[in-house]
Design a protein around this ligand. Structure first.
Ligand code: 5GP
Ligand code: ZN
Length: 136
């Protein structure tokens, strides 16, 4: 992917502050860091989103996220760590190369996340769950 910014980082064509890498993933500081220690874990192969990851890549992504989260815990002593991963414009994705945000958190750090609970009836949950099971 010639014009993909994270592919360019993977190939070393543009600078990035890399924290860790392995065969399938690279973790680097987010240029727009919300808090100290805000990192992105990107897939080395160009996949647009989580739906495009095979089992091996999906496992490698979360392994790296957990690994750098432990380092953030040790170094920065945050009060919490958020894992954020967006797929698609409607979900808030702005760079269309799959990545996981590892975001150290502190009380009142300004991060906002609204979660508009709708409490659907059990039958609605059963219906969509049956469709999902059939799709697996
Ligand atoms: P998304 O909204 O797609 O989940 O997040 C994309 C993230 O990539 C943003 O937090 C943004 O700051 C970060 N980002 C965009 N371009 C670059 C870049 O060239 N270098 C780095 N290190 N981060 C970037
Ligand atoms: Zn890419």
């Amino acid at each position: 992917m010639d014009n993909c910014v994270f592919c360019k980082i993977v190939r070393g064509e543009i600078p990035a502050t890399v924290v860790h890498q392995d065969e399938l993933t690279v973790a680097f500081m987010d240029i727009g860091s919300v808090n100290p220690g805000h990192m992105l874990v990107a897939a080395k192969p160009h996949v647009e989103n989580i739906q495009g990851m095979d089992d091996r890549l999906a496992a490698a992504m979360f392994r790296t996220a957990a690994r750098v989260a432990r380092a953030a815990e040790q170094v920065l002593h945050p009060q919490g760590i958020s894992i954020y991963q967006a797929n698609g414009k409607a979900a808030g994705q702005t760079v269309f190369h799959a990545h996981i945000h590892v975001l150290p958190r502190w009380e009142n750090d300004g991060m906002e996340f609204t979660w508009p609970v709708k409490n659907p009836p059990r039958e609605a949950l059963e219906k969509v769950a049956a469709q999902l099971r059939a799709a697996l």
